[in-house]
Design a protein around this ligand. Structure first.
Ligand SMILES: Cc1cc2nc3c(=O)[nH]c(=O)nc-3n(C[C@H](O)[C@H](O)[C@H](O)COP(=O)(O)O)c2cc1C
Length: 496
């Protein structure tokens, strides 16, 4: 066990928050670290995936959009460009990396969609250093401290930072101790100086000294070229640096299956899997091309490379990989979903079959149900009356806005509203409404025609004998109507 691992074993795990101990991470990489690469890296075994660095000011201008068709959350710039796209599958493991820090950037808009926030303090590129950000921050520890303290205080998710080493070990250790004191959850160390290029050897001794000096997890980085080529090398790099975790950039850019404990896959195989994600999540074709070209490396002049270079769309890219059928099928699925969503929006009263679930665009508005009987109660009462199994509710909560969606099963059939509700209770009511409307049953809405069920309950409350005949007639009539002409009942009842 490494010194860091030893120390960390004595530190309790923080439950429910992303843990940076003993993890293999996909490093942040501009253009490479978009959704398809991140998902593929997770598939192959990465524990954590960093986004590409995104400039704070640009993010501040973005609007958060829930993309119902792709099932993603998009941060969209004023020019309609998707700056950051994420989905459920990575929500607990994606770290959003930002460069720069201004007060305009409201991280609260996105902190629910990611597992942690990282600040890049190692970027040597002019666009970030000229504004005093990126690697320029390394010579301004006061500013580093101020930024990190503000973020740690203001963000509910773990905050980390990524640095490069300083010319002397003494200065480097002094810096990382100050960083540790800000309360960050981990520190990623690219073991090179600001002016060193990726071809220069990585300074494992500096990373080791840092790992000795601090108690928070240190994520070693910089080993791709000469040390990390396959999964087993990651562990070697971890040992050589004494760090808790390892972050891999270029080796993963060339072949994300570097995270695969069973060994590397061929680049051809990996490219195909990458492309599938790119299509499924409608990745920008230029970005898809760029990432595939990085995987091809010196084979860019091969026939496949040439085809890739000339392709302008994801569809054309697919042709080179024999994935035309997959492309068509995925497009058809996305189109079907688009239409179903559109139908729901245009004809809120029209039921749409989504797999084996009947869906409608229904929202439970409390004020529309002024009586003491909720749609759920109506459904339950009906099931009892008909000697049927009681309705069964299954509810899910989505991460991006903590909203709820419920599905009710009644007589083996499933019903769901396409709309998400602010509470579990409301989501159940909405699904009950869908079921009641499709079955043509009363739901207790204001102005609804007289319901025998309501009458029965009221009489029970008044200690009168319930008028069995009344409710039976009511439901009986409805039931006959349903079984005789289900289409007609749908049309009749949607207008309620
Ligand atoms: C294409 C590319 C883009 C990069 N973009 C970022 C970035 O957005 N943020 C960052 O902190 N580092 C970035 N880096 C640096 C890497 O995260 C990493 O620190 C560096 O490549 C050393 O790690 P490696 O030896 O595993 O490649 C980038 C590197 C490459 C190759």
């Amino acid at each position: 066990m490494t010194n860091q691992a030893n120390k960390e074993n004595m530190t309790a795990n923080t439950v429910g928050r992303l843990c940076f101990r003993n993890v293999n991470a996909l490093a942040p990489m501009v253009r490479v670290g978009t959704l398809p690469t991140r998902l593929l890296s997770l598939d192959y075994g990465a524990d954590i995936v960093y986004s590409e660095e995104l400039i704070d000011i640009k993010m501040a201008q973005c609007q958060r959009v829930v993309n119902e068709v792709l099932e993603t959350v998009d941060f969209v710039a004023p020019d309609e460009r998707v700056m950051f796209r994420t989905c459920e599958k990575e929500k607990d493991r994606v770290v959003f990396q930002m460069v720069g820090y201004t007060r305009e950037l409201s991280l609260s808009a996105m902190e629910n969609d990611v597992a942690a926030i990282d600040v890049n303090m190692g970027c040597p590129k002019e666009y970030s250093t000229k504004g005093g950000m990126g690697a320029a921050l390394l010579s301004d520890p006061d500013k580093i401290e101020a930024i990190l303290r503000t973020l740690v205080k203001g963000v509910s998710k773990p905050v980390t930072c990524k640095i490069r080493i300083l010319p002397t070990l003494e200065d480097t250790l002094s810096l990382v101790k100050r960083i540790e004191n800000t309360g960050v959850a981990a520190i990623a160390v690219h073991g090179r100086l600001k002016d060193e290029r990726p071809r220069h050897p990585v300074h494992c001794d500096f990373i080791q000294a840092i790992a000795e000096a601090v108690s928070i997890p240190v994520i070693a980085n910089g080993g791709s070229l000469d040390r990390v080529k396959a999964h087993a090398d990651i562990e070697e790099f971890r040992k050589a640096t004494g760090a808790s975790s390892v972050m891999v950039a270029r080796a993963a850019m060339w072949n994300p299956s570097v995270f695969r404990s069973q060994g590397l896959l061929s680049v051809e195989e990996v490219m195909e899997e990458y492309l599938k994600y790119a299509i499924r999540y409608d990745n920008h074709a230029f970005n898809t091309k760029y990432c595939l070209c990085q995987m091809l490396r010196d084979k860019v002049e091969s026939p496949l490379g040439k085809q890739l270079k000339s392709a302008q769309t994801n569809k054309e890219i697919c042709e080179g990989y024999g994935l035309q059928e997959y492309y068509k099928k995925t497009q058809a699925e996305l189109q079907a979903r688009r239409e179903a969503i559109q139908t729901n929006h245009n004809h809120p009263n029209q039921p749409v079959l989504d797999g084996d679930v009947t869906t409608m665009h229904v929202k439970f508005e409390r004020r529309e149900y002024p009586g003491e009987f909720s749609p759920k109660m109506f459904l339950l009462e009906w099931s009892r009356k008909e000697n049927l199994e009681q309705p069964r509710y299954e509810t899910v909560q989505r991460s991006q806005d903590r909203a709820f969606q419920s599905m009710v099963t009644m007589t083996g059939k499933k019903y769901r509203s396409t709309l998400w509700e602010k509470s579990k209770k409301y989501a159940e009511q909405a699904s009950a409404i869908v079921c009641l409307r499709v079955l043509g049953l009363p739901e207790g809405r204001a102005g609804e025609e007289y319901s025998g069920l309501v009458g029965k309950r009221k009489r029970e409350k008044n200690n009168e004998m319930p008028d069995e005949e009344d409710t039976t007639t009511y439901f009986g009539a409805r039931k006959r109507h349903l079984s005789e002409n289900p289409e007609e009942q749908r049309v009749t009842n949607y207008s309620k």
